[in-house]
Design a protein around this ligand. Structure first.
Ligand SMILES: [Zn+2]
Ligand SMILES: [Zn+2]
Ligand SMILES: [Zn+2]
Ligand SMILES: [Zn+2]
Ligand SMILES: [Zn+2]
Length: 300
């Protein structure tokens, strides 16, 4: 996957130096702006992948549905599920919705603010986790924020959900791992009637998770592995893609040098003070970039 590079701080400095003198160097504005745009577009695209389960083809950018996700979501076709209602906002929830939403956009388990960082997750309230510890915590906690309203909800116990809902979904297409015939999810097992293959569904799902997920683009035929894609996108992943999305939306609409400067400044301000977020956009470590952004902030 070819990603846009991060923007060099020297260019950004030149921009602000000119602005301080009341000059708008439009060539430079355009250069920096479009570089930021490329990077923002990539950050937003990566965030989309984790939200929608659609991966852009590395060759032609056609969106490809991930293989594993549909299996996970429909894994319980025909079984009981523990629906419950958020006591605060009354939305109907599954416990795994609470967990998954945190896996995709990590939030502080104390104050529910979005966390910054890739490996080290930080909250503006001062809490910190490394990613592993955070995941473990999300997995084991019995109180998590509701993905809709953010207030804490308690994991339902089996007895507590009197209103267990039985719902049948059409069975997803499952391929027998042995003979590739259509297999079925029956009574907690995956079973293939063609070759007699049978395995516990839970183990099957686990093995899928570990196994390479191979994706193929329907448009250009490109084949690639999800694991490789995910690794290549690692430095673009954030729980807070909002500043990037906004820039992508607004930058192309800027018609004057002044409007362009304002838009760039708005993005940088959104990154300012958000520690680990800025190095996703700009070359450098969090501290250097913060010092630069401090200067700009005092300039205005
Ligand atoms: Zn279901
Ligand atoms: Zn917090
Ligand atoms: Zn709620
Ligand atoms: Zn089979
Ligand atoms: Zn393609």
């Amino acid at each position: 996957m070819k990603w846009s590079p991060r923007v060099k701080p020297t260019k950004i400095r030149r921009l602000y130096r000119a602005a301080r003198l009341g000059l708008h160097d439009d060539d430079l504005l355009q250069t920096v702006g479009w570089e930021l745009y490329g990077r923002c577009a990539d950050i937003a695209a990566v965030a989309d992948v984790y939200r929608d389960g659609l991966v852009p083809c590395p060759q032609c950018s056609t969106k490809i549905k991930r293989q594993i996700d549909p299996l996970f979501h429909a894994s319980d076709g025909g079984t009981h599920e523990n629906w419950f209602h958020c006591p605060h906002c009354t939305q109907r929830l599954l416990w795994r919705d609470c967990r998954e939403s945190l896996r995709e956009s990590p939030r502080c388990l104390d104050c529910y603010a979005l966390l910054d960082g890739v490996e080290e997750l930080r909250c503006s309230c001062g809490k910190e986790w490394n990613r592993k510890a955070y995941r473990r915590s999300v997995r084991t906690r019995v109180r998590l924020p509701c993905p809709h309203c953010g207030l804490m909800v308690r994991k339902p116990t089996d007895e507590a959900t009197g209103q267990r809902v039985r719902h049948r979904r059409p069975q997803p297409e499952i391929e027998c791992p042995k003979c590739q015939a259509a297999a079925f999810h029956v009574r907690g097992n995956i079973e293939c009637s063609a070759c007699g293959y049978k395995r516990r569904w839970r183990d099957y799902r686990k093995s899928l998770k570990k196994r390479d997920e191979r994706l193929e683009c329907a448009n250009c035929g490109q084949k690639f592995r999800w694991q490789v894609w995910r690794k290549s996108a690692r430095s673009l992943r954030t729980g807070n893609p909002k500043p990037a999305r906004e820039f992508v939306e607004r930058w192309p609409k800027c018609r004057t040098p002044k409007a362009r400067m304002i838009q760039i400044d708005r993005l940088l301000q959104a990154l300012h003070g958000r520690g680990a977020l800025a190095p996703l956009f700009i070359v450098g470590d969090a501290r250097n970039i913060r010092e630069m952004l401090d200067e700009f902030a005092s300039q205005v």
